[in-house]
Design a protein around this ligand. Structure first.
Ligand code: TPP
Ligand code: SF4
Length: 351
């Protein structure tokens, strides 16, 4: 933990006395009930690894979820937790954060939970910029209900509920989060443990709503959904790591890059008149999300698939603005009395 994060309680909150916790402190006594080989284990392991590094006492941490395999997550964290109802974790998290802003509030959700039944709640949690962290496990399927297509399943996907292939166009979660004005948007992969830990840590230190999409393998109902580009043998050529201030380079020998033609993004080989200075430089702090949006649209095989932080900007949080409004109202009109309000002039007696 750096000095600055220690001073801020690791999450931009009120200072807390330094505490020394380990990964084991965050492992609960609950039996983990995911299928052997599920990508959820790797994500759980990275969250449990990062948590002690934040220096936040466990009693100040809450994990909130909806319904799904991924949403069993709060049981496995030795922190406070709330296993909610399908799609409504952002609403529960909003309530928790607003009444107790010093808490570190995390939402764990699946692509079905967040983007189908919970789409509306998801969008508005991001738009309001509450200081909550949303980790979305994207396996492009409904796992818990045994393999129906989800809002991120690809067009034509054959599942138990789409035996002739899905005729729904999928949502791109990064585009959606950016469109919802999220101030922090990132993506990682379950098996890339180092990168995933880095993204979780970045999200934790971001002051405002943070969204991480994690490509997660459901080895039972959608095995290998991301294999075409995450496989170790090909990933260097088929994925690109976004790094702030760095030119967009990728490939085994970093011989390829992304250039802006003036109209669209283009994959180029370096050499033959193309140099690094021709490549786009990633700016995660741009106030305009336009470029981040274009990067979020890059898909294999036309483009390398980006991971990393697409956007990280500063904006006052909802709970800060709310507190300011309350204090201003108190200064202008006094603290007020609930009983007076309830029995004020505009009440009626029904007889
Ligand atoms: C109101 C309501 N509608 C539907 C369901 C059934 N249901 C439970 S989990 C789920 C989808 C889970 O998929 P996802 O969020 O992608 O999570 P995963 O299990 O893949 O981790 C559905 C439709 C429910 N529990 N409640
Ligand atoms: S059904 Fe899929 S997502 Fe659910 S626990 Fe099993 S492997 Fe994981």
């Amino acid at each position: 933990m750096n000095a600055q994060s220690q001073e801020r309680g690791g999450n931009g909150h009120a200072p807390t006395p330094p505490i020394k916790l380990t990964r084991k402190d965050f492992v609960s006594d609950q039996e983990v009930r995911w299928c052997p080989g599920c990508g959820d284990y790797a994500i759980l392991a990275q969250v449990q690894k990062v948590m002690p590094e934040l220096g936040i006492p466990r009693e100040n941490i809450v994990f909130v979820s909806g319904i799904g395999c991924s949403s069993r997550f709060p049981y496995y964290m030795n922190t406070y937790g709330f296993h909610g109802i399908h799609g409504r974790a952002p609403a529960i998290a909003t309530g928790i954060k607003v009444v107790n802003p010093k808490l570190s509030v995390w939402v764990v959700t699946g692509d079905g939970d967040a983007l189908s039944i919970g789409g509306n709640h998801f969008i508005h949690a991001l738009r309001r910029n509450l200081d909550i962290k949303i980790i979305m496990f994207n396996n492009r399927i409904y796992g818990l209900t045994k393999g129906q297509y989800s809002p991120t399943s690809e067009f034509g996907k054959k599942t138990k509920s789409t035996p002739q292939g899905s005729i729904d166009y999928p949502i791109n979660p990064i585009s959606l989060a950016l469109g919802a004005e999220a101030t922090f948007v990132a993506r990682s992969v379950d098996r890339d443990t180092k990168h995933l830990a880095e993204m979780i840590e970045r999200a934790a230190h971001h002051k405002g709503s943070a969204f991480i999409e994690v490509f997660q393998n459901c080895n039972i109902f959608n095995d290998g959904a991301f294999e075409a580009f995450v496989d170790r043998a090909v990933r260097d050529d088929r994925m690109i790591n976004l790094e702030h201030g760095q030119p967009l380079r990728f490939g085994k020998d970093r011989q390829k890059g992304i250039r802006w033609t003036g109209q669209r993004l283009e994959v180029v080989e370096l050499g033959n008149g193309v140099s690094e200075s021709d490549l786009l430089v990633h700016d995660e702090r741009s106030p305009n999300p336009g470029l981040a949006f274009l990067l979020g649209r890059m898909e294999y095989p036309a483009y390398p698939v980006p991971v990393g932080v697409f956007r990280a900007i500063d904006r006052p949080t909802y709970e800060e603005l709310l507190e300011q409004q309350v204090q201003t109202a108190i200064q202008q009109q006094g603290a007020g009395e609930l009983s007076k309000l309830l029995h004020g002039a505009e009440t009626w007696t029904i007889e």
